[in-house]
Design a protein. Structure first.
Length: 110
């Protein structure tokens, strides 16, 4: 990944340098070095771990706790299909539950 690609990655996700640093677990200054491609005149390579983390973030992964554990993904607001948009009916609580039972009893044949 070239410095310009790293900057394009950050900009494509609409992240500030501070937000990108937080997402990657880095200091903001490292984001600046990676985007510039140098530090104090010396070339700075973007490590494989950072490149892979950039890919994971693009794929929606926010955190990884190891195999056989649930992967924490960010919510994608733009990709909600009709099935996801319908909320399941929640069971009644307290007074609502009592009213529901009374309605059921009233509807039962005597």
């Amino acid at each position: 990944m070239e410095p310009s690609d790293f900057r394009k990655w950050r900009k494509s996700l609409k992240l500030s340098q501070k937000e990108a640093a937080h997402a990657l677990g880095l200091k903001r200054r490292m984001i600046q070095y990676y985007e510039k491609g140098e530090r104090d005149g010396d070339k700075v390579d973007i490590p494989l771990s950072v490149r892979l983390a950039c890919f994971a973030i693009v794929e929606g992964v926010e955190d990884y706790h190891g195999p056989n554990r649930k992967i924490k993904r960010r919510e994608e607001k733009a990709k909600v299909d009709d099935a996801d948009a319908i909320e399941p009916e929640k069971p009644p609580k307290g007074k609502e539950k009592k009213k529901e039972r009374e309605k059921e009893r009233a509807a039962e044949p005597a």
